[in-house]
Design a protein around this ligand. Structure first.
Ligand SMILES: [Zn+2]
Length: 287
């Protein structure tokens, strides 16, 4: 399963939807340290697929703040590299290729449920702390559809991955130990392509990690369940499987997760208030 014989390649994969804050910086700092420990390469990938939420000014701010903290990478949108482009918004052909293979293999189906259909069936996830960018379990109305191959392109309907109900998806996280999720119980048929013609997070990440030869994925523990979904996509697409290192989420004094809206804890704000990079890094390490 692992690629231990291959060179270590890690990645930072921020979304440019706000200023980098201490919580994100901690995950990125850990990712950078693991690359140094393994004498590997670090790749910066800008996850700017969501046209409503991504802003170019946050991309430059993020790159500047990471560099200011002393986190360096050798491939990325600002410096290029052999596996680019390093912006998801420029990688559509790669995602379309993956979509076509999933469609041809019968792994995905078109879903025409309305938001209302889904809202009626879904019970909202109650443990928000662990859900991250999670989606409610799909009730399955369209999962029997077999007309996928008739679609020449994905736009216009939602595309869902048909999960193997009851199958246990397990992996050993290098930081948090053994993890297991049951398909159909812990998560349902998840989106791989949105009807507004934007590839879904799960598909884009898996296609990019494969294309960029990522050997270890370091990210926040809010994405643990997404890893189970992504392992199913990796299997369907016959990609090689990276190893995973999920970082504990950073919480504030009240126990709430640090979010981007905590502007006071953005690296930019701390820097402008006169702290040195070393002082901010100490905060990041202690977070
Ligand atoms: Zn449907």
């Amino acid at each position: 399963m692992s690629q231990s014989q291959n060179p270590y390649r890690g990645r930072l994969a921020p979304s440019p939807t706000g200023l980098l804050h201490v919580g994100h910086a901690r995950t990125f700092w850990i990712a950078a340290q693991r690359v140094i420990d393994h004498q590997g390469a670090l790749i910066l990938r800008n996850e700017d697929l969501d046209p409503q939420r991504s802003r170019p000014e946050f991309v430059s701010a993020m790159i500047e703040d990471l560099r200011w903290l002393g986190i360096g990478w050798s491939e990325g949108p600002d410096c290029g590299g052999p596996h680019g482009p390093y912006l998801q918004s420029e990688r559509r052909s790669s995602y379309l290729d993956a979509w076509g293979r999933l469609r041809d293999g019968g792994f995905i189906y078109p879903c025409t449920c309305s938001r209302k259909d889904l809202a009626q069936a879904a019970s909202a996830p109650n443990d928000n702390d662990n859900e991250g960018e999670d989606e409610p379990i799909y009730p399955g109305r369209c999962r029997g559809r077999t007309d996928g191959p008739q679609f020449a392109e994905p736009a216009g309907v939602n595309w869902r991955f048909r999960v193997p109900d009851g199958e246990e998806i397990g992996f050993v996280d290098l930081n948090l130990g053994p993890q297991r999720y049951v398909a159909g119980r812990d998560f349902g048929d998840f989106l791989v392509w949105r009807r507004d013609d934007v590839p879904a997070y799960q598909l884009a990440v898996v296609a990019d990690d494969a294309a960029m030869r990522i050997s270890e994925v370091v990210r926040g523990a809010d994405l643990l369940k997404s890893t189970a979904r992504q392992l199913l996509l990796i299997r369907a697409l016959k990609y090689s499987t990276p190893v995973y290192f999920h970082c504990e989420l950073v919480r504030d004094q009240s126990g709430a997760r640090l979010a981007k809206r905590h502007d006071a804890l953005s690296i930019r704000h701390l820097r402008e208030s006169g702290l040195s990079a070393e002082q901010v890094l100490n905060m990041v390490r202690a977070a």
